[in-house]
Write a protein that binds this ligand. Structure first.
Ligand SMILES: *Cc1c(COP(=O)(O)O)cnc(C)c1O
Length: 435
């Protein structure tokens, strides 16, 4: 597998140690579905505050599950065959605040922190002042606290926008991959942006050490945050109720396949953990990474998890999928994904752009390059030997027409029009005509 990854050709890895897990030991605590339900109850409880401050649709932090039949038909030309079953896009690109999946983890983590601070100072909480601004006393406390976070772009954007809106100071350590518009946007709202020449793991290290020992400072550690994990995991409950509202009951005759774009692994591991606990062997989970930054696939297939980086096998980490430009996976995410993933695959930048264009043309949906990674998943299963063998081994070929595929669209609605137009043009100009 290492040599295959080194060659930077696309690949699909099937996990030999897939299991159903109900709970997870981490950092001296046990994480289970009860924690996911608690996290959801907290977010639901905060929804009056969220609606007031972050213009939520229907007053909840949810994204639509969108059928993509036109895209499904379009792909036939490229595949020389069809993708059977029902195919949906999980539209996290439409989430408020950052137009990405990071709104889930970011909002949950910051609101938890904000409410704990209010309680520890015995002040009226944000929930208690739901429809109005925080009390001046509480705002004064928030003004004295600094949130530090490292990011390739979207997490920083999310934490920056939410943190500033609550009243915190925010310091964002951006890796070299961060897009200019994300940096500019953060500067405009008054976040302190520190740009680093190094990659994401380096930015995390520098962010962590900048925060270390400083009073009134909270470092949101994307490599190891239980709160981010739980914030993301709530999406599994949302998906479950959306599927049942559409009449999809998941069982062995109607299996669910979910394809999750993966950077450091935080978002996919939170979602995958809860989906596995809910659907057991009837859900098949896959992560998707760029061929130039396959850190999770490398960590899992070698069994080394966070103890190996893509640069150690000579891969440069350079990808236009900035949300996925990560060289080293998180330990927490590796621990979860090593058990619940059915597999992991890589996709080339060229294909991401081509799919970005095809999605724009066929469905009129505009996504950022990272968000397209989940859309190649079904093709990997039905049109590659390793995928086909997995389907066969799990008796999934006979039920292919009833299968439900969900590709997670993790970001894109806040991309400036000129940047989006440029990416669409690049995808259109690409000569890639077969997958
Ligand atoms: C962050 C992000 C991901 C992946 O999440 P990780 O927690 O880094 O694995 C995927 N897509 C987009 C657009 C993102 O911003």
């Amino acid at each position: 597998m290492k040599n295959k990854l080194k060659s930077m050709h696309e690949t699909l890895w099937i996990n030999p140690s897939l299991k159903k897990i109900g709970s997870l030991a981490h950092d001296g605590r046990s994480l289970a579905m009860t924690d996911v339900y608690d996290a959801k109850a907290f977010i639901d409880h905060m929804s009056p505050y969220l609606s007031q401050h972050f213009s939520l649709k229907d007053g909840t932090l949810t994204s639509p599950l969108m059928p993509i039949p036109a895209f499904q038909r379009t792909l036939i030309t490229f595949l020389g065959g069809r993708i059977p079953g029902h195919w949906y896009l999980k539209g996290d690109h439409t989430l408020p605040v950052s137009g990405s999946i990071k709104a889930r983890g970011g909002i949950y983590t910051l609101l938890r922190y904000a409410e704990e601070l209010a309680q520890s100072h015995q002040l009226k909480t944000l929930f208690e002042s739901a429809m109005g601004p925080a009390s001046p006393e509480l705002t004064a406390i928030y003004n004295q606290h600094t949130i530090v976070v490292s990011s390739t772009g979207n997490l920083g954007l999310s934490i920056g926008l939410i943190g500033k809106s609550i009243g915190f100071n925010v310091e964002v350590h951006m890796s070299v991959d961060a897009k200019d518009w994300k940096v500019e946007r953060l500067k405009t709202i008054g976040a302190n942006v520190v740009q680093h020449a190094g990659d994401y793991s380096e930015a995390v290290k520098l962010g962590r050490s900048s925060a270390s020992g400083r009073p009134n400072t909270y470092f949101i550690d994307d490599e190891d945050s239980v709160d981010l994990f739980l914030g993301y995991s709530i999406a599994a409950l949302e998906l479950k109720s959306q599927l049942s509202a559409l009449g999809h009951i998941i069982n062995s005759d109607h299996p669910l396949f979910v394809y999750l774009p993966c950077g450091v692994g935080g978002a996919p591991s939170g979602i995958a953990f809860a989906l596995k606990a809910i659907f057991g062997e009837n859900v098949h989970l896959f992560t998707a990474e760029p061929t130039h930054a396959p850190c999770m696939l490398l960590g899992l297939s070698t069994g080394l998890w966070h103890n190996i980086t893509v640069s150690e096998i000579g891969i440069d980490g350079q990808t236009l999928a900035d949300g996925l430009a990560v060289g080293r996976p998180s330990e927490l995410a590796s621990k979860v994904l090593s058990q619940v993933l059915s597999g992991a695959y890589t996709v080339s930048d060229e294909k991401l752009l081509r799919m970005l264009y095809l999605m724009h043309e066929s469905e009129g949906i505009d996504l950022e390059p990272s968000a397209l990674a989940g859309l190649i998943g079904p093709a990997k299963l039905y049109y590659e030997t390793a995928g086909f063998n997995y389907l066969k081994a799990h008796d999934l070929l006979e039920v292919a027409e009833q299968a439900i595929h969900v590709s997670w669209a993790a970001g894109g609605s806040m991309v400036p029009d000129n940047v989006m137009a440029q990416d669409i043009k690049r995808g259109q100009d690409s000569s890639l005509n077969t997958f």
